[in-house]
Design a protein around this ligand. Structure first.
Ligand code: SAH
Length: 227
């Protein structure tokens, strides 16, 4: 897997950001190591490179953003990866979150609705050597049935429900982490665990702010669907 080279000029800024994230509560050593290795400056626009190691989201074009590093660290921690898992991501964006998952040893299947972003992320991840990531352009609401079942699913755009189609692509014991739109208009980081009896156990981890998931998820009828 790719990583920082010895003469990497960005290494000090990356290390400082990781220290800041540690102080903000990211404590998983693997997650911190991944954040300390993936070159975030490669995932932002050329003119924003000097901002790559500030703990904030940045625009990546097409009205979309690369997530705040703290949120990437938090969501990645909630997935509890140890290496070797199959992970589906909805919302490739820049590809940064996918690279973090790959750095942790996961095999990553990531879907991006915006074709230009999908192509750019695919090229970027290939150039940086993240060869365990596959990028697909399309609506992630249908999942990636040929690659299922997944150990974990990560949605990096806010969604009005835990999509039932995606739950069906999860192995028993698997988890979905997503920003969930609450009925009161708020938005909460949620982990849903598929228990072996088929029950979804929901845990909430505080308020977040993501761009919306677009496409078919907004048209999914409540109740059983037939996909
Ligand atoms: N994970 C990204 C940030 C994602 S921002 C990163 O690390 O940079 C959310 C992304 O979800 C946007 O790029 C948006 O185009 C995409 N998106 C929105 N609706 C989608 C859908 N239905 N399927 C797949 N991607 C979607």
């Amino acid at each position: 897997m790719t990583g920082a080279t010895r003469d990497d000029p960005w290494a000090p800024a990356r290390a400082r950001l990781c220290e800041e994230l540690r102080q903000e509560g990211i404590s998983d050593p693997g997650v911190l190591q991944a954040l300390a290795t993936v070159p975030r400056e490669e995932f932002v626009r050329e003119e924003d490179r000097s901002l790559a190691y500030l703990n904030g989201p940045l625009p990546i074009g097409h009205g979309q953003t690369i997530s705040q590093p703290l949120i990437v660290g938090l969501m990645t921690t909630l997935l509890r990866l140890h290496g070797g898992e199959r992970v589906l991501e909805l919302g490739t964006g820049s590809g940064y979150q996918a690279a973090i998952l790959a750095q942790l040893g996961a095999r990553v299947f990531t879907i991006e609705l915006e074709p230009v972003l999908a192509r750019e992320a695919d090229e970027r991840l290939a150039r940086l050597g993240y060869d365990t990531v596959q990028v697909r352009a399309g609506d992630g609401a249908f999942g990636w049935p040929e690659a299922a079942p997944f150990d974990a699913i990560l949605i990096t755009a806010r969604t009005p429900l835990v999509p039932p189609r995606l739950v069906r692509q999860l192995r028993p014991g698997g988890v979905i982490v997503l920003p969930l739109e609450e009925p009161d208009g708020g938005e909460t980081l949620v982990r849903a665990t598929l228990e072996t009896d088929g029950h979804l156990r929901i845990e909430r981890f505080g308020a977040v702010a993501f761009v919306p998931l677009r496409g078919a998820v907004r048209r999914t009828p409540v109740g059983p669907d037939r996909s």
